[in-house]
Design a protein around this ligand. Structure first.
Ligand code: CMC
Length: 425
């Protein structure tokens, strides 16, 4: 029995005691699992504004203080002291790897980086101008067709191999989307390169000459991957968990996560930021767009601003902002009109009463799009890179869910407002 209980008074003479559960950090949660059976009532919470959908040990966010922890480690420390593979290991295994564990993990991932040659054939079926996220949804879901040997989700070893395959093949599949679009040959992964370097090599290398990726760009991309790797029970992660709760295979679940991520209110925001900056076009136009964002009758929103959970500066955005300055300095594009516009927009929005009152701060995607563009990544690949990184979080969250002893299918109820029973005449 829980130490604390919440008392729910339903009618004058009807009272129900609901246990209050306390996690290791964060708000306590009222356990309503017995409510339906005992009170014949459901709770109503569209958008999950007040609902904890699961128990998890992976990531913690304090939105009021602007804190993000992975397995207890602050994101700022991971982003500056560790690399993406360390962060991936941490999210998946629960601890940072020692030297030997890291080596073993890198080998594990390297070993799965190629895709079946049959997969390369899929790409020919897509138009050159297809959105790469549309290709990702299809290709990642179709991976299940190639790995019948490891689809038994009740077997921990099968789950591990499927997770490794997804993480390892994502950069290859993502780079192939880009190559297909520009009509260049696909580049095979090179296993002597690190994860992030390999991705950039497959994106920008060509078979007819040697290609060395700049260490500064590898570091910037690696940081982008760390900062997007996991974010607790967001829309795409919840989608992965819900899809997985039915026992669907992990490739199908991650493909579902990619679909959810694509939306402009979620992972599609980094692409939308660039489109917005291009539409604004000139620093002088910014006040007009700020007014549009504040107008309740105008659907326009400042993309890259606001967050469901953070009511303070997104801690990822702080690191990303710093990285943005470093990368633009390194690439010598700090004076680009786009960057100037972004900085002016940030300045005005942070001083404006509307944004201050509603606690709308720039989020991680405000800066990541600017960095990616400076690195020569086309806009429609931004969300693909987010998906590549978030695959680590999705796999960790999916594995955690499947291994939970009380795992059951996710099945929300509804507040029905349609026609009551009637007869067909
Ligand atoms: N520009 C102008 N007004 C905004 C914005 C914005 N970007 N975001 C929220 N508001 C206003 C909104 O109009 C509402 O005003 P009112 O109370 O007068 O109706 C109030 O702030 C609360 O907004 P909400 O839509 O109820 O908040 P939410 O928690 O449902 O939405 C959000 C969060 C991220 C979808 C939203 O802030 C948004 O659409 N931002 C722009 C898209 C974006 O940058 N998304 C990336 C999120 S970070 C990366 C990720 O997690 O995927």
């Amino acid at each position: 029995m829980a130490d604390k209980v919440a008392r729910l008074i339903i009618e004058e003479n009807r009272e129900l005691e609901l246990p209050i559960l306390q996690g290791s950090a964060g708000y306590p949660v009222i356990d309503i699992r017995q409510l339906g059976a005992q009170a014949k009532m459901f709770t109503y919470d569209p958008g999950f504004m007040s609902t904890a959908s699961c128990e998890s040990n992976i990531t913690f966010i304090d939105g009021e203080k602007g804190i993000l922890l992975h397995r207890g480690y602050p994101i700022e420390q991971l982003a500056t002291k560790k690399d993406f593979m360390d962060t991936a290991y941490l999210l998946l295994e629960g601890e940072l790897p020692n030297k030997q564990e890291r080596k073993g993990f890198l080998n594990r991932i390297c070993y799965h980086s190629m895709v079946h040659e049959g997969i390369a054939q899929f790409y020919n079926g897509f138009q050159r101008d297809a959105h790469p996220m549309a290709i990702m949804v299809g290709v990642v879901g179709a991976l299940a067709a190639f790995y019948h040997d490891s689809l038994d989700i009740s077997d921990p070893e099968h789950r591990r191999i499927a997770g490794d395959r997804l993480i390892a093949k994502m950069p290859t599949i993502a780079a192939m989307c880009y190559k297909h679009r520009i009509g260049q040959p696909f580049m095979y992964p090179k296993n002597d390169k690190g994860y992030t370097e390999n991705f950039l090599y497959m994106m920008f290398g060509v078979p007819c000459e040697e290609y060395q990726v700049s260490p500064a760009l590898i570091q910037a991309m690696d940081r982008i991957l760390i900062l997007h790797a996991d974010h607790e029970q967001n829309a795409s992660t919840s989608t992965v968990r819900l899809a997985g709760s039915s026992g669907a295979n992990p490739y199908a679940c991650i493909s579902a996560g990619i679909s959810s991520l694509w939306g402009p209110a979620h992972g599609g925001a980094n692409e939308a930021v660039l489109q917005m900056l291009n539409n604004i076009g000139d620093v002088k136009q910014i006040p007009k767009y700020i007014e549009k964002a504040k107008d309740r009758d105008d659907p326009f929103r400042l993309m890259g601003f606001g967050h469901r959970v953070y009511k303070n500066f997104d801690p990822r955005a702080k690191v990303m902002r710093q990285t943005c300055h470093e990368v633009l300095e390194e690439l010598g594009v700090k004076n680009s009109p786009l960057f100037e516009m972004a900085m002016e927009l940030e300045r005005i929005a942070l001083e404006d009463d509307y944004f201050i009152e509603k606690k709308l701060y720039p989020n991680v995607d405000f800066y990541s799009g600017i960095i990616l563009q400076a690195m020569g990544i086309p806009t429609n690949m931004f969300t693909v890179i987010f998906a590549l990184s978030r695959t680590v979080g999705w796999v960790a969250q999916w594995s955690e869910m499947i291994s939970a002893p009380d795992q059951r299918i996710g099945r929300p109820r509804q507040l029905y407002k349609g026609a009551t029973q009637r007869d067909v005449k």
